[in-house]
Design a protein. Structure first.
Ligand code: SAM
Length: 231
């Protein structure tokens, strides 16, 4: 592996963007997005709305799960020959259940500097607001929908510390049921919904009580599920 080229360009900036509330973006993130030559974006239309809100005219280029394998080396070539770029996803921190890992790994291997700005990500506010132990935790992200799902659930159920899942509102009730089977219905958990948005809801209770609560309503929005560890 070539040595990292400390303190000189080129540079890839990983820039976290708001998960709901547009005020949740740092001054540094805005400056970097203004100054780079191009912004790689998961969805250029989504990112254009954010840039327009902050009067940032930097050009956007698509970089998403469907083209990242094909374009990653070309992007690193451009970075290596002097371009400064930023990577954003639709929301939160790129690389966290979003594209980013392949590009960062390729940059690290080629000696292109990577700087990840601190900023929004959905699992941190969910974990901290849940009231479940957050000194040690396990981030799972999205469970597989079919193959391997039960294996992962059984693995998670045995962990001694809090674990965190990303889940769609359409699968929330099914997921709470599945967790109740492997963890027991009395295990403490938290559903954090629509964080930083108008209808934010953070509810901590047993898996059985959460199932009852969310069965009574039409579950909408984005969800983080936090589950207490075994014992
Ligand atoms: N990169 C993002 C991050 O740093 O958290 C995660 C992207 S992942 C494709 C999207 C998932 O994150 C959603 O399905 C949901 O589980 C979670 N999420 C994103 N925004 C959220 C919000 N405002 N409230 C609760 N969960 C959210």
């Amino acid at each position: 592996m070539p040595p990292a080229t400390a303190n000189c360009f080129p540079m890839l900036y990983i820039v976290p963007t708001p998960i709901g509330n547009l005020e949740d973006i740092t001054l540094r993130a805005l400056r970097v997005l203004k100054e780079v030559s191009v912004i790689l974006a998961e969805d250029t239309r989504t990112s254009r709305k954010l840039l327009d809100h902050y009067n940032i005219g930097t050009s956007l280029r698509a970089f998403h799960a469907f083209n990242e394998h094909a374009v990653v080396e070309r992007v690193v070539d451009e970075l290596a020959s002097g371009a400064d770029m930023a990577l954003v996803s639709d929301a939160g921190t790129p690389g966290i259940s979003d594209p980013g890992f392949l590009l960062v790994r390729a940059c690290v291997r080629r000696g292109v500097r990577v700087e990840c700005l601190p900023g929004p990500t959905a699992f941190v506010p969910a974990l901290v607001a849940s009231g479940l132990p957050c000194d040690t935790f396990f981030f799972e992200g999205f469970l597989p929908h079919k193959k391997g799902r039960q294996t992962r659930l059984k693995y998670l159920a045995e962990l001694p510390h809090t674990f965190v899942l990303y889940e769609s509102p359409f699968r929330l009730l099914k997921c709470l049921d599945e967790l109740a089977v492997v963890c027991g219905p009395e295990r403490s958990a938290c559903v954090a919904r629509e964080l930083s948005k108008r209808f934010e809801e953070v509810k901590t209770a047993s898996l059985a009580d959460l199932k009852e609560h969310f069965s009574k309503k039409d579950v909408k929005g984005e969800i983080v599920l936090v589950v207490g560890g075994k014992g």
